[in-house]
Design a protein around this ligand. Structure first.
Ligand code: GMT
Length: 377
């Protein structure tokens, strides 16, 4: 392979509101700036792939609707689409985000094109190992997907270590952390999106997909304590199964007027810039991409001391980490930040510096490029 020839890369991801889809889209957008050609595959347009860019192609995975297919044959349709596109466009490699079912579909496609040259990179993001992948129903197929990929990457050291342990791997996955465009996620002026922001002195924000693992009710409970001491409002950004329960809690505890459920939002930069703290009380995060995005905007993060979060947030330097479920401690740290402007500034500046030094797009994406070249050579 010529050393610096542009590569034709297929990227498979979930298009929905979630970190792995964001990482995949941002990766593709940056790789075209580096001269490569990118083909995205999913069942709908991935989040953050919201404008036309030269050399980015999107291939929607669809399949014939047939009464026998009571369960979606998405994995097979994806394989078929990968075969078709990799043949027509002569793809060099397929980079799948989230093992299930993507790596299996890609392996099947590689076998079908009978071109061992088509390489597969699998990036493990989190629950594809910690929850879904280790469940008996998916364990063998996840292990197979990991072992048969030409390269496997994990978004944190925590996830890499856990993957080795759970799947008894002989080959160590590469650790390539998530990244943020620190020229895009910048500190900015507070903007008043909703009327309450104009009135309240401080804003706390939570952004997630509101799944049980995010512990969204903990956010409301911590806020309940905070707002007793200071004039603050809470922005709840995202949607998911736990939203109703969180709204119910806020209603029952007479704080719903100060808690704003904004639903899913595409542009979170202004919201982060308008917030004093990001509160992320997750049960587990393999990385916590939104924490990094907040840090890049100089917004300190109060989160939990689990999974890959301590690799992103440094306790007492860029934010604070508490035990899972320790609502009182979370509220105390938030109050400590909000009542001490110079502390808030220091944490915010440290946070941005950490994002710039370790997790900037320009530093991390070349690591993927290097890996692609390594497996293709
Ligand atoms: O694993 C998931 O729950 C899905 C995934 C996603 O698509 O949002 O989230 C994971 O990947 C993100 C991007 O790498 C990480 O920032 C999240 O921490 C991780 N979620 C969990 O580990 C729960």
């Amino acid at each position: 392979m010529k050393k610096n020839r542009p590569l034709k890369i297929g990227i498979v991801c979930y298009p929905t509101y979630g970190g792995s889809g964001v990482v995949a889209a941002e990766l593709g957008k940056h790789l075209i700036k580096m001269g490569h050609e990118i083909h995205f595959f999913s069942y709908s347009l991935p989040i953050r792939l919201n404008s036309y860019e030269n050399k980015i192609f999107f291939h929607e995975v669809t399949w014939i609707d047939y009464p026998l297919f009571e369960q979606s044959p998405y994995s097979l349709a994806l394989s078929a689409k990968l075969v078709e596109v990799s043949t027509y466009y002569k793809l060099d490699l397929i980079h799948v985000h989230y093992a299930l079912p993507h790596s299996i579909s890609a392996i099947l496609a590689r076998d079908m094109v009978k071109k061992k040259k088509l390489k597969i990179v699998t990036t493990l993001h989190g629950t594809d190992v910690t929850l879904v992948g280790i469940d008996e129903s998916f364990y063998p197929i996840t292990k197979y997907g990991i072992e048969q990929s030409d390269a496997v990457t994990c978004v944190s050291k925590f996830l890499a270590d856990l993957t080795i342990e759970k799947f008894f791997l002989r080959k160590k996955p590469h650790v390539i952390p998530n990244f943020v465009d620190t020229n895009e996620f910048v500190p900015g002026k507070r903007r008043h999106h909703c009327p309450i922001l104009a009135d309240s002195r401080y804003n706390i924000i939570h952004i997630s997909n509101f799944r049980p693992i995010k512990r969204v009710v903990d956010v409301i409970k911590a806020f309940e304590i905070i707002q007793k001491d200071i004039d603050a409002c809470l922005l709840m950004v995202g949607d998911g199964s736990e939203r109703s329960q969180a709204e119910r809690y806020a209603l029952d505890h007479n704080i719903l007027s100060k808690v704003h459920f904004l639903g899913k939002q595409i542009n979170i930069i202004e919201l982060l810039q308008s917030s004093d703290i990001l509160l992320l009380p997750s049960e587990l995060e393999s990385f916590g991409l939104v924490a990094l995005e907040a840090m890049s905007c100089e917004t300190p993060v109060v989160s939990t001391n689990v999974g890959g979060l301590p690799e992103v947030i440094v306790h007492d330097e860029t934010g604070y980490l508490t035990k899972v479920g320790d609502i009182k401690n979370m509220a105390e740290y938030c109050l400590k930040i909000l009542t001490n402007p110079s502390l808030k500034t220091t944490l915010g500046k440290n946070a941005r510096l950490r994002a710039q030094n370790l997790f900037d797009t320009n530093k991390v994406v070349p690591l993927y490029e290097q890996l692609y070249k390594q497996i293709l050579s």
